[in-house]
Design a protein around this ligand. Sequence first.
Ligand code: GLN
Length: 541
Amino acid sequence: MTKHIFVTGGVVSSLGKGLTSASIGMLLERRGLTVRMQKLDPYINVDPGTMSPYQHGEVYVLDDGSETDLDLGHYERFTNSQLTRNSNFTTGQIYQNVIEKERRGEFLGKTVQVIPHITNEIKQSIGKVAGDGVDVVITEIGGTVGDIESQPFLEAIRQFALDAGKENCLYIHLTLVPYLKAAAELKTKPTQHSVGQLRQIGIQPDILICRTERELNASDREKIALFCNVPFPNVIEERDKDFSIYEVPLSLVEHGLDNLIVKELGLATSTLDLDDWRDLLHRLRNPETEISIAVVGKYAEHKDAYKSIYEAIDHAGMEHHAQIRIGRIQSEAVEREGPERLLAGYDGILVPGGFGERGTEGKVDAIRFARERNIPFLGICLGMQCAVIEFARNVVGLNGANSTEFDKDTPHPVICLLDEQKNITDKGGTMRLGAQTSELNTDSKSFEWYGNRMISERHRHRYEFNNVYRQQFQAHNLTIAGTSENDSLVEIVELTDHPWFVAVQFHPEFKSKPTESHPLFSGFIQAAVRRIKSSAVPQNS
Ligand code: GLN
């Protein structure tokens, strides 16, 4: 029988529900349980694929090609939970499914209503991740308790315990306990109100996790316990972590959360093993070198737009004992001010994915700078396309070369649409999406780092390297280091006469974990570390 944990949030958004859920998943896995993670998002978009990074941050892509909320990135980085299309549902998807059923006549003439039809659909969606061999499903409800749009989800999880048995369900509510400077104390009232709202709709939280910037003392916890009708030991502090998000699971263990969950759900588990996790935090705290990496993107000022990339850089830093300062550089600023001024101090340059013309010339300038100055460079998706454009213009001599995404009439469409993409008009879910296999050229840096000829990486793009130009590029020493299985699509390009210049059409950042840094990020960061070491003046000279 699968047990269910529901994680809700109250008081304010951005409390770190995703990280907390991921941490809970990780702790339960490390006690020997099989865990599945799921996020329910109350917005009406069918998926976040069509949303701007300004609105929603990064779109996280799964192996099966679903475009999901960035919290699923935390789930994959912290746990081994298999994520699929069933791991992220939105209001839009739930309604779409119900409306399709209605059109097929499946409701047999009944009036279709929020309760029971929408709530039934939500419950079925939760049930889809449970099943044989799954000990615990953790379902995170997006949004904040009290939002109109999250009501059907909360109603559905209330009903869920009626169907599955309360003993098989656990409600965890994450709230904020703010510190008021004027009063010089922590305030529990917002938590009381938030729990009050949950109780009004029939959900009594079993465990409260209180986000706070100061220590929650026993009398604060007693007060919260009393007013919120939660046993005292079930009020858990989650203090802000300024140093690293990877501290969160350890701090939850210190406050006894894993024992509490196991006890509440009556789970039989093994003892917790966190040695490797403690080891990676130790490395993070005791770096041997410090390097700086510039991420040159259109949304550089938005901290969540390239979330998985920043994480993947950190993972490689931990592996190479390097503390990494990440400079978020807007590509349009590079256009205005030139690469020398903005990029000269960096040990590595990364150009991430993106859509639309704005800022692309700045990316091309940044890549030229990295190529000419021998600065380690990693290009991802649009970053690879811009690297190809830069090479075409400045090395091959194809003036005006461009992607047809930015210039339909370019004389040299070195990046263009595949025929099968040409007649697609819908924007949602129509790109080349999800895991695909590539074959590596054994004479390449990529092969050296992957250590395998066949690799599987996730895609999210429409445009491709134009094969008409392959030979011309190769004649100028651009290595085609990876292609799709039938050799029809270029997936990786590299420069040999450069310390590290690798650009990939896929998104390696989605497969990096703190405990297992991605080979390409690892190679890139090692090259940056080498660069700083070789430029360091020996102490005794
Ligand atoms: N805009 C480009 C394309 O659609 C790149 C996409 C990306 O970087 N994810 O192909």
